[in-house]
Design a binder for this molecule. Structure first.
Ligand code: PHB
Length: 402
C-alpha cells in the first residue's frame, strides 16, 4: 500500500495560533513493503513548495523523485523508502522551523528540498548543524555549494551562476549591445542576473537598467512601460513558475515581443510553456535541459513520466529524478547501510549519472558539472539550438572542500 505522509505547513500563523502542534500528519509506510523487512525503511523528507507561485515546480520534483523510486521497486540501494512531506510555501521565514521539524520530530534520514534559494539556505544551515543528508533538487543559491558547502550537502540542479553565465557571451556574440534586466528581488534573481552581467559586460555588452519587483509579486506593468521607453536591444530576465507565465504574457500583450527580444534563464519557459502559449514563441534561454534532447535517457524518462503523471516532463522533474538516482548510487555503494556515511558520500561525490539532461557529474563542492544549452521556444517546446557551454563547472567560490 502506498501512503503519502503530509505535514501541514508550519506557517507563522499556525505557530502563533498554537495549532502547529496539532498539525495533521499521516504516518508513512514504504512504497513497497516486503513481508519481512530486512531493514527499517529509509525516511525521505520532501520539503518542497506545493502551493504558491512555485507549486507546480515542487510537484514535478516530487513526481520525478517518486518515479525513480517506483522504477526501482520502491527501494534505493536495497532499502525500502518511506516518505514524509512538508509544503514550504516558498517562505524563507518558515523554513528553519519546517526543516527542524522534518529532521527532529519526523526523524527524516535525508531531506530533498527545495525550489526557492532563500528557503534552501535556511535548510542548508540546519543540515550543517545536524549533519542531515540534504539533496537540493532545484534552488540555485550560489552559497549552498560555495561558502556553506558541506560533505552532507549535494545539489542535483544547478548554481544560479551556472545557469545564466553562458548567456552573457551568447548575447554579446549575437551583436546585442544594450540590455535591460528584470527579475524578482531575492537571491536567485540577483545571482542569475549577476552571472549573466558578469559575462555580458566582459564581452563588451552594457546593462542599461536593472529592474526588480519583490518576490512573488506579479505587477509588471510599470516596468514593462519603462522597458518600452528605454528601448534596449534586448531584455534578459529571471522569473519562474506562475510568475513567469504572467510576465511572458504581459510582455507579449504590450507588444514588446515584436520589437525587443526577450531572453532569460531557462526557468522562464520551462514548466510554464504550455500556459504561456503563443506569447512564449521565439524566447531564447539557457538551461541544463531542452525538451528535444534525443539521448536515450531523456526519451525513456519523458515516456515514463508521461505514463505516471499524464504530463510532459521538464527540468524540475529531471532534477527530482536525478536526486533519487544520486541517493540510489550512495545507498548501493553501502548495501543500504545509511550509517556508512563516509563511504556513501564518497560514492555520491564520484557519481556519473546518465541523466535525461546529458552527462551529469559533481564537482568537489557537490554541485553538478553539466552542459548548458541555448534553447528557443519553437513548436510549443524548448528546443535546443546549440550547446552554449559544455561541461560548465561552478567556480564554488568560498567552498573549503575544493
Ligand atoms: C531559486 O530560488 O533558486 C529558483 C527558483 C525557481 C527556479 C530557479 C531557481 O526556477
Amino acid at each position: 500500500m502506498t501512503t503519502k505522509g503530509f505535514l501541514r505547513p508550519l506557517t507563522r500563523r499556525a505557530m502563533l495560533s498554537g495549532t502547529a502542534g496539532a498539525a495533521t500528519f499521516i504516518a508513512t509506510s514504504p512504497l513497497h513493503s516486503p513481508a519481512i523487512a530486512q531493514n527499517a525503511p529509509l525516511k525521505v523528507g520532501m520539503m518542497l513548495p506545493y502551493t504558491g507561485t512555485y507549486a507546480k515546480l515542487g510537484q514535478f520534483i516530487d513526481d520525478g523523485f517518486r518515479l525513480y523510486v517506483e522504477q526501482k521497486g520502491g527501494k534505493l540501494g536495497g532499502r525500502d523508502i518511506a516518505f514524509v512531506q512538508v509544503d514550504d510555501e516558498s517562505k524563507p521565514e518558515a523554513a528553519t522551523d519546517n526543516m527542524n521539524r522534518l529532521v527532529g520530530r519526523e526523524k527524516a534520514d535525508v531531506v530533498i528540498g527545495t525550489v526557492h534559494s532563500g528557503v534552501a539556505m535556511a535548510m542548508v544551515k540546519v543540515a550543517r548543524d545536524t549533519k542531515t543528508l540534504l539533496i537540493i533538487p532545484n534552488a540555485g543559491a550560489n552559497d549552498a555549494t560555495g561558502p556553506a558547502c558541506a560533505p552532507n550537502i549535494f545539489r542535483t540542479s544547478f548554481s544560479n551562476w551556472q545557469s545564466t553565465y553562458p548567456m552573457g557571451k551568447v548575447m554579446a556574440d549575437a551583436g546585442i549591445k544594450n540590455v535591460v534586466t528584470i527579475t524578482w528581488r531575492y537571491t536567485a534573481g540577483a545571482e542569475m542576473i549577476g552571472a549573466f552581467a558578469e559575462n555580458f559586460t566582459k564581452n563588451g555588452g552594457k546593462i542599461v537598467a536593472d529592474l526588480t519587483v519583490p518576490f512573488p509579486e506579479v505587477e509588471f506593468q510599470a516596468l514593462i512601460t519603462q522597458i518600452a521607453q528605454l528601448k534596449p536591444d534586448a531584455v534578459f530576465s529571471f522569473f519562474a513558475g506562475g510568475g513567469a507565465v504572467k510576465f511572458v504574457k504581459d510582455y507579449a500583450a504590450a507588444g514588446l515581443n515584436k520589437t525587443i527580444p526577450l531572453y532569460g534563464a531557462g526557468f522562464l519557459t520551462d514548466g510554464t510553456i504550455e500556459a504561456q502559449g503563443e506569447a512564449a514563441k521565439g524566447i531564447r534561454t539557457t538551461l541544463h535541459y531542452a525538451d528535444n534532447l534525443d539521448n536515450p535517457a531523456n526519451l525513456a524518462f519523458l515516456k515514463a513520466f508521461k505514463a505516471k503523471t499524464g504530463k510532459d516532463g521538464d527540468i524540475y522533474a529531471v532534477q527530482g529524478y536525478d536526486g533519487a538516482a544520486l541517493l540510489d548510487i550512495g545507498l548501493t555503494a553501502v548495501g543500504g547501510d545509511f550509517n556508512a556515511r563516509d563511504k556513501m558520500i564518497a560514492a555520491m561525490g564520484a557519481a556519473k549519472i546518465d541523466s535525461p539532461r546529458g552527462p551529469l557529474s559533481f564537482n568537489k563542492a557537490h554541485n553538478p558539472i553539466q552542459n548548458i544549452y541555448l534553447r528557443e521556444v519553437r513548436n510549443g517546446r524548448n528546443e535546443m539550438i546549440s550547446v552554449a557551454q559544455a561541461a560548465v563547472d561552478d567556480p564554488a567560490r568560498g567552498c573549503k572542500m575544493t
